[in-house]
Design a binder for this molecule. Structure first.
Ligand SMILES: [Zn+2]
Length: 174
Protein backbone atom coordinates (compact mmCIF):
# COMPACT_ATOMS: atom_id res chain seq x y z
CA UNK A 1 0.00 0.00 0.00
CA UNK A 2 1.95 2.96 -1.23
CA UNK A 3 -0.99 5.30 -1.37
CA UNK A 4 -1.07 9.03 -1.41
CA UNK A 5 0.17 10.68 1.73
CA UNK A 6 -2.09 13.54 2.61
CA UNK A 7 -1.24 16.64 4.55
CA UNK A 8 -2.33 16.56 8.17
CA UNK A 9 -1.81 19.99 9.66
CA UNK A 10 -5.24 19.71 11.31
CA UNK A 11 -5.03 22.86 13.36
CA UNK A 12 -7.03 22.87 16.57
CA UNK A 13 -9.08 25.84 17.78
CA UNK A 14 -6.23 27.70 19.42
CA UNK A 15 -3.84 27.09 16.52
CA UNK A 16 -6.51 28.32 14.14
CA UNK A 17 -6.96 31.56 16.00
CA UNK A 18 -3.18 32.00 16.17
CA UNK A 19 -3.02 31.36 12.42
CA UNK A 20 -5.67 33.88 11.39
CA UNK A 21 -4.23 36.51 13.72
CA UNK A 22 -1.27 36.65 11.38
CA UNK A 23 -3.32 37.15 8.23
CA UNK A 24 -4.20 40.59 6.94
CA UNK A 25 -7.51 40.11 5.18
CA UNK A 26 -8.55 42.65 2.61
CA UNK A 27 -11.79 43.42 0.82
CA UNK A 28 -12.69 42.52 -2.72
CA UNK A 29 -10.35 40.25 -4.59
CA UNK A 30 -7.23 41.49 -2.87
CA UNK A 31 -4.61 39.20 -1.41
CA UNK A 32 -4.62 38.16 2.22
CA UNK A 33 -1.01 38.53 3.19
CA UNK A 34 0.83 36.77 5.95
CA UNK A 35 2.13 39.23 8.52
CA UNK A 36 4.23 36.70 10.44
CA UNK A 37 7.67 35.43 9.54
CA UNK A 38 8.41 34.41 5.99
CA UNK A 39 10.74 32.04 4.22
CA UNK A 40 13.44 33.24 1.84
CA UNK A 41 11.04 32.70 -1.03
CA UNK A 42 8.47 34.90 0.70
CA UNK A 43 6.05 32.22 1.84
CA UNK A 44 4.46 32.65 5.25
CA UNK A 45 5.77 30.32 7.94
CA UNK A 46 3.68 28.81 10.69
CA UNK A 47 4.82 26.23 13.19
CA UNK A 48 2.63 23.17 13.63
CA UNK A 49 3.78 20.90 16.42
CA UNK A 50 7.06 22.81 16.37
CA UNK A 51 7.67 22.10 12.70
CA UNK A 52 7.70 25.16 10.45
CA UNK A 53 5.17 24.80 7.64
CA UNK A 54 4.19 26.96 4.71
CA UNK A 55 1.21 29.09 5.70
CA UNK A 56 -0.47 28.97 2.28
CA UNK A 57 -0.45 25.16 2.36
CA UNK A 58 -2.10 25.21 5.77
CA UNK A 59 -4.66 27.71 4.56
CA UNK A 60 -5.48 25.47 1.61
CA UNK A 61 -6.00 22.53 3.94
CA UNK A 62 -8.23 24.59 6.23
CA UNK A 63 -10.40 25.62 3.28
CA UNK A 64 -10.49 22.49 1.16
CA UNK A 65 -9.35 19.64 3.39
CA UNK A 66 -6.18 17.52 3.32
CA UNK A 67 -4.43 17.12 -0.04
CA UNK A 68 -1.64 14.98 -1.47
CA UNK A 69 1.40 16.18 0.43
CA UNK A 70 3.61 15.84 -2.65
CA UNK A 71 1.52 18.32 -4.58
CA UNK A 72 2.32 21.97 -4.72
CA UNK A 73 -0.06 24.72 -3.68
CA UNK A 74 0.38 27.39 -6.32
CA UNK A 75 -0.63 31.04 -6.28
CA UNK A 76 -2.97 32.35 -8.98
CA UNK A 77 -1.98 35.81 -7.77
CA UNK A 78 1.75 35.10 -7.94
CA UNK A 79 2.16 36.61 -4.48
CA UNK A 80 4.02 34.16 -2.18
CA UNK A 81 2.86 35.59 1.19
CA UNK A 82 -0.80 35.40 0.13
CA UNK A 83 -2.83 32.74 1.97
CA UNK A 84 -6.25 33.56 0.56
CA UNK A 85 -7.79 30.17 -0.30
CA UNK A 86 -9.42 31.26 -3.54
CA UNK A 87 -6.07 32.59 -4.78
CA UNK A 88 -4.53 29.15 -4.37
CA UNK A 89 -4.67 26.05 -6.52
CA UNK A 90 -3.33 22.55 -6.34
CA UNK A 91 -0.70 21.77 -8.96
CA UNK A 92 2.38 19.72 -9.60
CA UNK A 93 5.76 21.28 -8.97
CA UNK A 94 6.31 21.35 -12.70
CA UNK A 95 3.09 23.27 -13.28
CA UNK A 96 4.12 25.68 -10.62
CA UNK A 97 7.54 26.19 -12.13
CA UNK A 98 6.20 26.66 -15.66
CA UNK A 99 3.57 29.04 -14.42
CA UNK A 100 6.15 31.05 -12.50
CA UNK A 101 8.52 31.23 -15.45
CA UNK A 102 5.77 32.19 -17.84
CA UNK A 103 4.60 35.04 -15.62
CA UNK A 104 8.08 36.25 -14.84
CA UNK A 105 9.12 36.07 -18.45
CA UNK A 106 6.12 38.09 -19.51
CA UNK A 107 6.94 40.63 -16.84
CA UNK A 108 10.53 40.83 -17.95
CA UNK A 109 9.46 41.50 -21.52
CA UNK A 110 12.01 39.28 -23.14
CA UNK A 111 14.97 40.58 -21.19
CA UNK A 112 17.51 38.05 -20.10
CA UNK A 113 17.48 37.33 -16.44
CA UNK A 114 19.35 34.79 -14.44
CA UNK A 115 17.91 32.02 -12.37
CA UNK A 116 16.88 33.05 -8.90
CA UNK A 117 18.42 31.48 -5.83
CA UNK A 118 15.20 29.56 -5.26
CA UNK A 119 15.29 28.28 -8.87
CA UNK A 120 18.74 26.89 -8.13
CA UNK A 121 17.42 25.12 -5.04
CA UNK A 122 14.50 23.74 -7.01
CA UNK A 123 16.78 22.48 -9.77
CA UNK A 124 18.90 20.66 -7.22
CA UNK A 125 15.82 19.25 -5.53
CA UNK A 126 14.41 17.98 -8.83
CA UNK A 127 17.73 16.35 -9.68
CA UNK A 128 17.83 14.67 -6.29
CA UNK A 129 14.40 13.26 -6.98
CA UNK A 130 15.73 11.73 -10.17
CA UNK A 131 14.77 14.27 -12.84
CA UNK A 132 17.21 14.30 -15.75
CA UNK A 133 18.96 17.56 -16.74
CA UNK A 134 17.19 17.63 -20.10
CA UNK A 135 13.74 17.71 -18.46
CA UNK A 136 14.81 20.20 -15.82
CA UNK A 137 16.24 22.44 -18.52
CA UNK A 138 12.92 22.36 -20.37
CA UNK A 139 10.97 23.20 -17.23
CA UNK A 140 13.19 26.16 -16.39
CA UNK A 141 13.70 27.29 -19.99
CA UNK A 142 17.46 27.16 -19.72
CA UNK A 143 20.03 25.01 -21.44
CA UNK A 144 20.91 21.52 -20.31
CA UNK A 145 24.49 22.69 -19.92
CA UNK A 146 23.26 25.36 -17.57
CA UNK A 147 21.46 22.76 -15.46
CA UNK A 148 24.49 20.49 -15.41
CA UNK A 149 26.64 23.45 -14.41
CA UNK A 150 24.32 24.29 -11.53
CA UNK A 151 24.41 20.67 -10.39
CA UNK A 152 28.19 20.77 -10.44
CA UNK A 153 28.09 23.85 -8.27
CA UNK A 154 28.68 26.56 -10.87
CA UNK A 155 27.40 30.01 -10.12
CA UNK A 156 23.93 30.71 -11.39
CA UNK A 157 25.22 33.84 -13.09
CA UNK A 158 26.80 31.47 -15.61
CA UNK A 159 23.31 30.75 -16.94
CA UNK A 160 21.09 32.84 -19.09
CA UNK A 161 17.63 32.16 -20.41
CA UNK A 162 17.25 30.63 -23.80
CA UNK A 163 16.47 33.12 -26.45
CA UNK A 164 13.30 32.45 -28.39
CA UNK A 165 14.11 30.04 -31.17
CA UNK A 166 17.23 28.75 -29.50
CA UNK A 167 17.09 25.03 -29.10
CA UNK A 168 16.26 24.04 -25.56
CA UNK A 169 18.70 21.53 -24.26
CA UNK A 170 21.44 22.89 -26.49
CA UNK A 171 24.87 23.61 -25.23
CA UNK A 172 25.12 27.30 -25.81
CA UNK A 173 25.68 29.46 -22.77
CA UNK A 174 26.26 33.13 -22.88
ZN1 LIG B 1 -3.38 36.47 -3.45
Amino acid sequence: MDGVKNTAFQLDESQLSRFWEKVIKQDGDKCWEWSGSRSQQGYGKFGVKRIPQQAHRISYEIAFGPFDAKMCICHKCDNPPCVRPDHLFLGTHQENTRDMIRKRRMASDGLNFKLSASDVLKIKELAERGAIPFDIAKAFLVTRTCVMGILKGKRRSACSLDKPGQEIGGDKIE
